[in-house]
Design a binder for this molecule. Structure first.
Ligand code: CDT
Length: 301
């Protein structure tokens, strides 16, 4: 048995006016709860230090830099890293990254239990649009504020398991999981900010949106024999609702923990990485069963 007790730290809404320090105080409270529950890894949402700012249009692109972090850890997040090191709890969190070269990415990092950053992922599938769209009920300007990630879908060995990350819209794409699956991934961590309402399809309904979110994570888990931990930032941000639905999914594609609120809420599960072995050596033994001679179209168009 290779057990990692994992905390999925769903976060409730963050308002435009909330400071990074106030948000980190909430993250610290979730971390303390997780440590008390025996977790050695806590996963926080996408862009978890600020409100989901891509809903706000800045005509001057540079003004949006207020939402970005030029270093990590930095002054507001250092207390989180310090406490995580003391508790011996690894963390994974999403933030808007501004590089020294002036590039902007939607990023998630992974630390080890000594709070050293051991992995970094930059969101590949950026949803939304570049310019203000008068046809939408709300804006989703990720394509305006971020560049597509340039790191691919790497995996890292940590705490005796093969770990990978993706972010929000990435979870809807089978290629995301498969590229990590081909590297033997056993745990995919992801955060998301998903509006409760489809800006282009108002009558879609929350139940279907929650279903699609869970469907993709369960399918990714099953088809690649990996744990998936999906963590929402949820609730009403300045009048804009985000859905919850955080889950921990086992390598059979079954949900073993599911959030019940749209607030700060910790899910805890003891995840045995050895549960990945059966699928990886039988029905999803890629080396034996894949037929890549028929898959060319996937990368041709
Ligand atoms: N943050 C993020 O990627 N959200 C998307 C909503 C896209 S709607 C333009 C998601 O896939 O959940």
């Amino acid at each position: 048995m290779r057990e990692i007790v994992i905390g999925a730290a769903q976060m409730g809404p963050i308002q435009k006016a909330d400071s990074r320090e106030a948000v980190v105080a909430r993250m610290l409270a979730l971390l303390e709860d997780a440590a008390r529950a025996g977790c050695t890894l806590v996963v926080y949402p996408e862009l978890c230090l600020t409100t989901f700012f891509p809903r706000w249009y800045h005509e001057d692109r540079a003004e949006a830099d207020i939402w970005f972090e030029a270093s990590m850890p930095n002054a507001p997040t250092q207390p989180l890293f310090d406490r995580a090191r003391t508790l011996g709890v690894a963390i994974s969190l999403g933030y808007a990254e501004l590089t020294p070269e002036g590039q902007h990415f939607n990023t998630q990092i992974l630390t080890d239990r000594a709070a050293r950053i051991v992995g970094k992922y930059r969101k590949v599938h950026l949803p939304g649009h570049v310019e203000y769209d008068t046809e939408r009920t709300h804006q989703h300007l990720e394509k305006r504020y971020f560049e597509p990630g340039d790191l691919g879908f790497p995996v890292w060995r940590s705490q005796g398991a093969v770990m990978g990350m993706c972010i929000c819209n990435d979870r809807r794409w089978p290629e995301t999981y498969r590229v990590m699956g081909l590297q033997g991934v056993e745990l995919v961590m992801l955060g998301y900010n998903t509006p409760s309402v489809n800006s282009q399809h108002g009558d879609e309904g929350l139940a279907k949106r929650l279903y699609h979110s869970e469907l993709t994570m369960c399918a990714g888990a099953y088809q690649n024999a990996t744990w998936v931990v999906g963590v929402a930032k949820a609730g009403d941000e300045d009048g804009h609702p985000l859905m919850g639905g955080s889950v921990i999914v086992d390598p059979d594609g079954m949900v073993v923990a599911r959030a019940t609120s749209e607030g700060d809420e910790l899910l805890v599960h003891a995840c045995d990485m050895d549960l990945c072995n059966f699928g990886k050596t039988t029905i999803f033994d890629f080396a034996r069963h894949r037929r890549i001679e028929h898959y060319g179209l996937i990368t041709e168009r």
